[in-house]
Design a protein around this ligand. Structure first.
Ligand code: UDP
Ligand code: MG
Length: 153
C-alpha cells in the first residue's frame, strides 16, 4: 500500500475546514496512519519548499505556512499518492476543478488549503521529513475486503 503526506495548511485550520478535508480522504477509503499538529518554522520550510526558494513569492509562502499551526497527516491506500494529488486539484486553486479540495474551498495559488506529495519518491522523503517511525499506528482495517479486490491490498 502506498503512503502519502498531506499537510492541512494554516488557512485550512483557521477557516475551520479540517473536518471537511479529512472527511473527504476518509470517505474515499484512505486509511489515516499518522497525524499531528505542529507549528512549522523557516528552517523546515526552506527544505520542504526548496524547489521554490528562488521564487519571488517564497517569503509570502513561508510566512503563510507559519501563520498558524498545520496538521500533518499520512494517508495509506491503493495508489494513494496520485489519488490524493488528484483530490487536491490544481495548485492555482482558481483553476482547480470543482469537486477537488482546492476547487471547492479556495481561489488562491498560495492559500490553497492542502499540501500533497507529488510522487511516490517524494512522499517517502517528505514523510521522513515530518514523521518518525513511532508516529505511525499499525491497526487492522476490517473493511478492506469491502473496499478492495484481493490483489489491491
Ligand atoms: N505557490 C504559490 N504561488 C505559485 C505557485 C505555488 O504561492 O505561483 C505555493 C502554493 O502554496 C503551493 C506551494 O507553493 O501549494 C508549492 O508549490 P508546488 O508547485 O509544489 O504546488 P503543489 O505541489 O502544492 O500543488
Ligand atoms: Mg508540490
Amino acid at each position: 500500500m502506498e503512503r502519502t503526506l498531506v499537510i492541512l495548511k494554516p488557512g485550512c485550520l483557521q477557516r475551520g475546514l479540517i473536518g471537511e478535508v479529512i472527511s473527504r480522504f476518509e470517505k474515499r477509503g484512505l486509511k489515516l496512519v499518522a497525524m499531528k499538529m505542529v507549528q512549522l518554522d523557516e528552517e523546515i520550510l526552506k527544505v520542504h519548499y526548496a524547489h521554490l526558494l528562488d521564487r519571488t513569492f517564497f517569503p509570502w509562502l513561508r510566512d503563510g505556512m507559519m501563520a498558524a499551526p498545520v496538521i500533518l497527516c499520512c494517508w495509506e491506500g491503493y495508489s494513494a499518492v496520485q489519488v490524493v494529488r488528484d483530490m487536491a486539484g490544481a495548485t492555482k486553486a482558481s483553476k482547480a476543478v470543482p469537486g477537488t479540495i482546492r476547487g471547492d474551498y479556495s481561489l488562491s495559488a498560495q492559500e490553497n488549503i492542502v499540501h500533497t506529495s507529488d510522487s511516490l519518491e517524494n512522499a517517502e522523503i517528505e514523510l521522513k521529513r515530518f514523521f518518525v517511525e513511532s508516529d505511525y499506528c499499525e491497526y487492522k482495517s476490517p473493511l478492506d475486503p469491502f473496499k478492495y479486490a484481493p490483489d489491491e491490498y
